[in-house]
Write a protein that binds this ligand. Structure first.
Ligand code: SF4
Length: 181
């Protein structure tokens, strides 16, 4: 697979606190064919819209952001630009950043598409996949990092290691009281 050098973006948010845990650099790709009623980003749906940017430039922006704890790739539909998103995700992980990827496809659909090298590469470079289309009747403001109840936060490395869907759980760190206290 020739590594792509460009990615079509709807936009970026360098300091998102709503697209996964911590402060994150969010990259919204342009183009999505799911057409979910009530879509939160309808302007991101046309495949020909947005702006084409070099992946080098996006990675440089991310590397220069010393506050971001992770990167979220959302959209739009990242798996409709799987090769470019995989390249971006791989390079973000090389910077030590965790990668969350949102998709309107369910994990099982993506796994079935894994013979496609680019789909596999993007799953390989994803720590957490937020999967499934937005379903308006299942929408709730109480949900964290997802728009509707059908969507799952999937721990991709654990899921692939065990061969069954493993949900991601917040790992909060509660330091123990030092013995001298
Ligand atoms: S998958 Fe996301 S971007 Fe695509 S139509 Fe559904 S809500 Fe909108």
């Amino acid at each position: 697979m020739t590594a792509p050098t460009a990615i079509r973006l709807y936009g970026t948010v360098p300091d998102s606190i709503v697209d996964g845990p911590g402060l994150r650099y969010a990259v919204f790709v342009q183009g999505c064919s799911h057409g979910c009623p009530g879509c939160h980003n309808p302007e991101s749906q046309p495949a020909a819209g947005g702006v084409v940017r070099s992946i080098d430039e996006v990675v440089a922006d991310i590397a220069a952001n010393k506050l971001a704890q992770g990167v979220t790739i959302s959209g739009g539909e990242p798996f409709e630009q799987a090769a470019a998103c995989a390249q971006l995700a791989r390079r973000c992980r090389a910077l030590g950043l965790n990668v969350w990827t949102y998709s309107g496809y369910r994990y099982e659909q993506l796994e079935a598409g894994v013979p496609d090298e680019a789909v596999r590469a993007l799953l390989d470079a994803t720590d957490v996949l937020v999967d499934g289309p937005f379903v308006q009747s299942l929408h709730s403001h109480d949900l964290q990092w997802r728009g509707s109840r059908n969507q799952r936060l999937i721990d991709v490395p654990a899921t692939r290691a065990l061969g069954r869907v493993v949900l991601w759980e917040t790992r909060e760190y509660f330091p123990e009281k030092p013995p001298s206290w």
